[in-house]
Write a protein that binds this ligand. Structure first.
Ligand code: SAH
Ligand code: SF4
Ligand code: F3S
Length: 440
């Protein structure tokens, strides 16, 4: 009897990469490999990389350094690299010269090639590098090892056409391509049959979803809401410039669409928004927030913000703080501007010194955290319907789950609850990033 081979996948970056890793895991399982949590003893180690900020690059090359040592001592250790970093020629060049022992590299546009390439590596013991410059036709029907049984990510579109001047994603993920609604619906119906009750639709800019038959994002949501068994529909990310009246009406009319939106603002200064090529101004953004709140009272709102974009003055930064105070976000991902070679902003003069960026970042986080805590305190005493995700990592008999508005809630298990159950929880305490409560 032959020994079972194992694999381990390390995933960096966003939900797109997490979803791709589920596909890669599915392909490996079809090839007879079993998953293991121990990367260093696995037969196949896959690193799915992210390129969005410099910090991510550094972490990646650090990880590669660790893998070199294992690769030197074991013949049956195959190292595979994929994800957004692999779509950048300078990265490939660096790997070829500094890490020539890497066995297999593929990109974001040819995940389906992975089994064939791995087969070649293991059979012919020959390094395989295959990167495509842009995405071709969408490949449907790939296998998948889903991370959860009760909730799932579903790609609805790939790529991005927006070219925000700081961002590498359009270069690593290619142009926008939307999946056909019937393919998306079939996938969701199958997920529902398997017991999934929450889907999160993924795309760099879901608002610009448009299928070849003309189906809009709002129409797609309405169709998905008809799928029996699907109780909650989430999506990310929404770009303010493409957020339609039709979508706002869906928030008003379709209960299954959760009362939560992630709407990255990036900056509160019109001058900086223009330099970022975001194609909206602060007034337009604020009017969208107002319309969303009118359409769906209690909707929770989160955002992404970059501080220290080239040329950002103290006044521009104050505009960002003022916008945050006005919106009173439920939460925000805050980033220090990171130079990405190949993007327009990398060449802008007036790069902001690190020290100033860090100081602004700290001030922003303080404002955001104060808003989050104030918002969370409003929940004390309320009863929220929570979808159970499972036991808390730090144990203590506590469970974790999410409200419709995506608030994380922790509460003591009363026995018998399982992931995917919907339970009523009375909120008793508010923290900055979560709520505490008890079942009623
Ligand atoms: N498509 C999504 C998310 C893209 S990446 C959107 O448009 O919102 C996620 C976040 O990373 C971005 O919203 C942005 O805030 C941040 N980001 C992207 N490039 C960056 C850079 N060069 N430096 C710092 N933050 C960056
Ligand atoms: Fe990047 Fe802008 Fe596209 Fe988002 S919309 S992925 S920030 S270019
Ligand atoms: Fe990173 Fe690529 Fe996502 S650059 S943020 S993994 S699309």
């Amino acid at each position: 009897m032959s020994e079972t081979k194992t694999f381990n996948i390390q995933t960096f970056g966003c939900q797109m990469n997490e979803r791709d890793s589920e596909t890669i895991a599915g392909m490996l399982e079809e090839m007879g490999y079993l998953p293991t949590d121990d990367r260093d003893s696995a037969n196949v180690a896959v690193i799915n990389t992210c390129s969005v900020r410099e910090h991510a690059d550094e972490r990646f090359f650090g990880t590669l350094g660790q893998l070199k040592k294992i690769h030197e001592t074991r013949d049956d250790f195959v190292v595979c690299l994929c994800g957004c970093m692999m779509q950048q020629q300078p990265v490939i060049d660096r790997i070829k010269t500094k890490f020539p022992w890497v066995d297999l590299i593929f990109g974001t546009h040819n995940i389906e090639a992975f089994p064939r390439l791995l087969e070649k590596v293991t059979r012919e013991k020959e390094r395989q590098i295959e990167i495509l410059p842009d995405g071709g036709a969408i490949v449907e029907g790939l296998p998948s090892h889903r991370l959860y049984r009760h909730k799932a990510f579903v790609n609805i579109m790939f790529g991005c056409n927006n070219f925000c001047t700081y961002c590498i994603v359009p270069y690593t993920r290619g142009r926008e391509r939307s999946r056909r609604p019937q393919d998306i619906l079939r996938e969701i119906e199958m997920l529902a049959c398997d017991g999934v009750c929450e889907v999160t639709l993924l795309g760099q800019n879901v608002n610009s979803y448009r299928s070849e038959d003309g189906t809009s994002f709002a129409q797609l949501l309405q169709e998905i809401a008809k799928v029996e068994g699907i109780e909650r529909i989430r999506f990310m990310t929404s770009h303010p410039k493409d957020l339609s009246e039709e979508l706002i009406e869906v928030y008003r009319d379709v209960d299954k669409v959760c009362g939560n939106i992630h709407l990255p603002v990036q900056s509160g200064s019109d001058r900086i928004l223009k330099a970022m090529n975001r194609r909206y101004d602060a007034a337009r953004y604020l009017s969208l927030i107002e319309k969303l709140r009118r359409a769906r009272p209690g909707i929770t709102i989160s955002t992404d913000i970059i501080v220290g974009f080239p040329g950002e003055t103290e006044e521009d930064f104050e505009d960002t703080l003022a916008l945050c105070r006005e919106v009173k976000y439920d939460s925000a991902f805050t980033f220090i501007y990171s130079v990405r070679q190949g993007t327009p902003a990398a060449g802008y003069k007036e790069q902001i010194p690190e020290e100033i960026k860090h100081r602004r970042f700290d001030r922003l986080v303080e404002v955001i955290n104060a808003c989050s805590l104030a918002r969370n305190r409003q929940y004390i005493g309320r009863v929220e319907c929570v979808m159970v995700d499972g036991a808390d990592k730090n144990g203590g008999g506590m469970l974790g789950g999410r409200t419709d508005g995506f608030k994380q809630v922790h509460f003591p298990a009363s026995g018998g609850e399982k992931a995917g159950d919907f339970v009523d929880v009375k909120i008793t305490e508010a923290k900055t990033f979560s709520l505490l409560g008890e079942r009623i």
